[in-house]
Design a protein around this ligand. Structure first.
Ligand SMILES: Cc1cc2nc3c(=O)[nH]c(=O)nc-3n(C[C@H](O)[C@H](O)[C@H](O)COP(=O)(O)O)c2cc1C
Length: 334
């Protein structure tokens, strides 16, 4: 039996979305044949947003998305992968072990998801004036269930209005919170050639007030704001949805990230892109209000808008050598 090539799987994993493009992950490879080959995923806490994300919730969500991207890439190569979350109780940074257990020909769905990985990206501009069809919405609802997560779709009307108002409120609170703004500024990149954070050209795509009712992180400082003299916003009918979990601890944060990863790839395979709008969940008063007003059960983890757009993946990634570490001495799966 041949040794499994693990580097292409990590190359797919790092295509996952991460909060502020922090890419807070490290990987240790344990090459081998099927059943012995594995990848350990560790948190890189030097990349934690200690003001916006002091508990590391969004760091875990980002890493959870990377786990699912690795799993989808593995299935595309015909590899089955068992995921063990938090396998080492003595090391809270050891977030997951992915054990490549066996080989089975990929299905058409496996292939289409794997092919979508490099095309998925965060769309910060407006969406086209067309709705995500009901059949796909139902598939998105179903695809998060294996991760113990739920997807609540916010109906146009009262629920979407509540979310839009609370997003505006979160943005106002953030803009007056100096250390929060200072931390966000650390991840804004103005020089070319940067491999993490948010380059200026992406910030410019961010919605200003007049492009959509749904404000994105930092949009108060990145463009014209709506005013009575301006033309009305272009028509946009995004799907707005919340991913949530029953609990609020590292295990569920990772599950939320895996659900997010799966949902984004499922959508991307159908030409639908998304943007998370998570500021609302980082700021406690707006998180509590969203939970109460939308009658959510459990912990909302990610708020998203989704729709059709024509953008290209363009957030940079760190070179793979920077995220690979020497395999520490951890017990291997038998
Ligand atoms: C947990 C999490 C929270 C995020 N929050 C936001 C957000 O509030 N606003 C936003 O525009 N993008 C948000 N993003 C998207 C990231 O900025 C994006 O994934 C990153 O810049 C990499 O770009 P890409 O998704 O196009 O590959 C978030 C992503 C994750 C995983």
């Amino acid at each position: 039996m041949e040794a499994i090539a693990l580097v292409p799987i990590v190359e797919a994993a790092v295509l996952a979305p991460s909060v502020e493009n922090t890419q807070p992950w490290r990987f240790a490879l344990h090459p081998g044949e099927a059943k012995t080959a594995s990848i350990d995923l560790f948190a890189d806490r030097s990349r934690l947003l200690s003001v916006a994300d002091p508990s590391g919730r969004e760091l875990h969500i980002s890493c959870g998305a990377a786990i699912e991207f690795a799993r989808v890439a593995g299935r595309g190569l015909g590899l089955d992968c068992r995921v063990e979350l938090l396998p080492d109780p003595a090391d809270e940074d050891h977030l997951a072990r992915l054990v490549f257990e066996g080989e089975e020909l990929p299905t058409a769905t496996d292939l289409s998801l794997a092919q979508a990985l490099p095309h998925r990206y965060t769309e910060r501009g407006p969406f086209e004036d067309r709705v995500v069809p009901d059949g796909l919405v139902e598939r998105l609802r179903q695809c998060v269930l294996p991760f113990e997560a739920w997807l609540k779709v916010l109906e146009p009307g009262a629920d979407q209005t509540t979310a839009a108002v609370l997003l505006g409120m979160a943005d106002e609170i953030a803009s007056a919170w100096e250390s929060y703004e200072a931390e966000a500024a650390l991840w804004r990149r103005s020089e070319p050639g940067q491999t993490d954070g948010l380059p200026a050209y992406l910030e410019e795509r961010k919605l200003a007030g007049r492009a959509s009712s749904f404000k994105l992180r930092g949009s108060h400082s990145s463009g014209p704001q709506s005013g009575l003299e301006e033309a009305p916003p272009p028509a946009e009918h995004p799907l707005v949805a919340v991913i949530g979990t029953p609990g609020d601890e590292p295990y569920y944060w990772l599950q939320a990230g895996r659900a997010l990863g799966r949902l984004l790839v499922t959508a991307a395979a159908q030409g639908v892109s998304a943007s998370p709008m998570t500021q609302i969940l980082e700021i406690e008063p707006t998180r509590a209000l969203l939970t109460r007003e939308l009658r959510l059960v459990g912990r909302p983890q990610v708020l998203l808008r989704m729709g059709y757009a024509h953008g290209e993946p363009s957030a940079p990634r760190r070179p793979i050598e920077e995220v690979l570490i020497d395999a520490p001495d951890v017990p291997q799966a038998s």
